[in-house]
Structures are given as structure tokens and as C-alpha cells.
Design a protein around this ligand. Structure first.
Ligand code: HEM
Length: 313
């Protein structure tokens, strides 16, 4: 065979191998992409909990500097007066690294698969903002406004992750429902957001500041907790009404609904328990974890109903 033909045959084979490799890479990236978004959701909810653990063990200023833990050292020093608190806060900072690796994967997968790019970049931007806000929180001596901002930014990022998971799930189809039911689902998610925001005000006025010197809101924490719980009662009523409306109109009840109602009922119970038992740290931590789960479930519920699926009959 002439040299030119042999060369073209090799070229064709190399090109075919490359195409197969590229297709396989895309395929496995798609499989792991979903997994990556799922672990990202777990990490985001998890960091809300570990961030809370820092506050509840009064380790919020365990590392008094940022990005260094203590002047001249990125990690804690044995000579530090903060002692074990410096390690607790440093541990939380280290967890951020896992989130950074996870977001890097999600961004690379989005680039290669050419989809969910905006959502992936949004997560990267959000994480950077979260790291900066973490620094501001330390530098403002755990001001409740920045602590709340830190928490609520996590909630926004969780909403973005659920959106990505919803887009990745190609078999998902929203339920055909009447406009009233669709609107009620939006009211429920809106009420959940209000419960979260009010919760941060209760915490910002309560005893778990993270440090004895940390500033507090000048509000009555007990009264705010009652207001917070009242909105939860409205939320429970709205959620049960949604179930009734779905049954009456003979529509299926989405799976996300059961996660959501289960989560708010449990969370409400823990809320009352912690309120009546003087806010023990362990219950407050579980309540914090519960808030991340409730919010994730609310966002999954959101995507069970879509504007395009509204029916008029
Ligand atoms: C769907 C149900 C609920 C959700 C999603 C929720 C969510 C939250 C959130 C996000 C916080 C702030 C956490 C933080 O910033 O560290 C909070 C704090 C709090 N919640 Fe709830 N909550 C719910 C139900 C209740 C109920 C029924 C009560 C009963 C009174 C309650 C009592 C409290 C109290 C006392 C705090 C302050 C805890 C502290 O001092 O750190 N919560 N809640």
C-alpha cells in the first residue's frame, strides 16, 4: 500500500479512537455529573451544620484572623489562647476545600458537556462569595447580620443545586394542575423562605452567638421565636391544603411532597422542643441541619409544579 494511503488509514483510525474516547468521557462525565451535584447538595447542607457547630461550641473566633488562623500562620498554633476552639474553626475552614473540589468538578463537567454551565458558574461565584463572607463574619466579630447572610447564601446555593439536579433528571415531568394549586405550591416555598429568614433573626437575638463578645440584635428572642413558629403553623396548614386540593382534583401527589411535609413536621417538633428546653446545643444543631433539609425538600417540591403544566379544566 502506498505510504499516503497507509497514513490516511492510520489517521482515520486515530480519529475514530479519539471520537470513541470523547463519547465515553462525556458518558462517564454525565454519570458522575449527577453524583457530583448530589454530593454538592450534601456538602452544602453539611457545611450549614458544621458552621453551626462552630457557633454552638463558641469557636466562632477560634481563628481570630482570616485567611490566616492566627497572625503569621494559616493553621492553629499550640500557643493560641483559643485552644481547642481554634481547631474546631479551622476544621470548618478545611471542609470548604471539599466544596471547592466539588465545584471545580461541576464546572469542568459543565464545560465538557456544554450544559448547566450557568448553574455551575453560579455555584463557583457563590462559593467564593461564601468564603469572603466567612472572612467578613470573623472580622465583624460574628455580627448577626453577617452570620445570617452566611446562612442565607447557603440557602440560595442549595436552591441552585436543586435546580441543576432537576435539569439533569431528564425523566422528570411536572404534574398538570390547576392554577390555584400551582400558586399554592409557590406560596409554600415563599413561606418556607420567610421561616428561614425569621429563624436567623431568632438566632441573632438568642444566646448562641458563637462568642461572648459577639454583638446581638436588640430583639426579644422568645417573641421572635413565637412569630417564627406561627409562620410554620401557616406553612403546615398550606401544605396540608395542597394535599387536599391534589386529592380533590384527582391529581397525583408528588414524591417531594412527602419529603417536605415529613421534614417540616419533624423540624417543627424539634423547634418546639428546643424552645421549651432552654435551647440545648445538640437540639439547636439538629434544628440547623433540619432547616437545610426542609429547604432542599421545598425546592424539589417547587419543581414538581411548573407554569407550563397549568391546566384550565
Ligand atoms: C419548618 C419548620 C422550621 C424551620 C425550617 C426552621 C428554621 C430555622 C432556622 C433557619 C433557624 C436559624 C438557624 C441559624 O441561623 O442558626 C431557626 C432558629 C430557631 N428556631 Fe426554627 N424552624 C422551624 C420551626 C421552628 C419551630 C416550630 C420553633 C418553635 C418555637 C422554632 C424555634 C426556633 C428557635 C428557638 C431558633 C433559635 C435557635 C438558636 O438560638 O440558635 N423553629 N429555625
Amino acid at each position: 500500500m502506498p505510504l499516503k494511503e497507509t497514513f490516511s488509514a492510520y489517521k482515520r483510525r486515530a480519529w475514530r479512537t479519539f471520537c470513541v474516547f470523547q463519547a465515553k468521557l462525556k458518558e462517564s462525565l454525565s454519570v458522575y455529573e449527577r453524583l457530583a451535584w448530589r454530593t454538592f447538595l450534601v456538602f452544602q447542607v453539611g457545611i450549614v451544620l458544621t458552621g453551626g457547630a462552630v457557633r454552638l461550641t463558641k469557636s466562632g473566633l477560634g481563628c481570630p484572623e482570616w485567611p490566616d488562623c492566627v497572625e503569621g500562620s494559616i493553621g492553629p498554633q499550640p500557643s493560641q489562647i483559643e485552644g481547642v476552639h481554634s481547631w474546631i474553626e479551622f476544621g470548618n475552614r478545611l471542609l470548604t476545600i471539599l466544596l471547592v473540589l466539588n465545584v471545580a468538578y461541576v464546572v469542568i463537567a459543565a464545560r465538557i458537556n456544554k450544559r448547566h454551565g450557568k448553574l455551575a458558574w453560579f455555584q463557583l461565584g457563590g462559593l467564593i462569595a461564601q468564603i469572603v463572607l466567612g472572612g467578613i463574619t470573623v472580622l465583624t466579630d460574628l455580627n448577626p447580620l453577617t452570620v445570617a447572610g452566611h446562612y442565607l447564601l447557603s440557602a440560595i446555593l442549595i436552591a441552585g443545586i436543586v435546580r441543576a439536579l432537576h435539569q439533569i433528571d431528564e425523566h422528570h415531568a411536572a404534574i398538570n394542575v390547576k392554577r390555584e394549586i400551582f400558586l399554592l405550591s409557590r406560596v409554600i416555598v415563599g413561606l418556607t423562605a420567610i421561616v428561614l429568614i425569621l429563624g436567623t433573626f431568632v438566632t441573632g437575638s438568642g444566646p448562641h452567638a458563637g462568642d461572648d463578645q459577639a454583638p446581638r440584635y436588640p430583639f426579644d428572642a422568645a417573641k421572635l421565636a413565637i412569630l417564627h413558629a406561627d409562620v410554620v403553623i401557616a406553612l403546615v396548614v398550606g401544605t396540608i391544603s395542597l394535599w387536599l386540593l391534589l386529592r380533590v382534583t384527582k391529581r397525583p401527589v408528588p414524591r417531594a411532597y412527602f419529603y417536605f411535609i415529613g421534614a417540616i413536621l419533624l423540624q417543627g417538633l424539634i423547634g418546639y422542643l428546643q424552645y421549651f428546653t432552654g435551647l440545648p446545643e445538640a437540639l439547636v444543631a439538629i434544628h440547623l441541619l433540619g432547616s437545610g433539609l426542609v429547604w432542599s425538600a421545598a425546592n424539589f417540591l417547587f419543581y414538581s409544579f411548573e407554569k407550563e403544566s397549568i391546566v384550565n379544566d
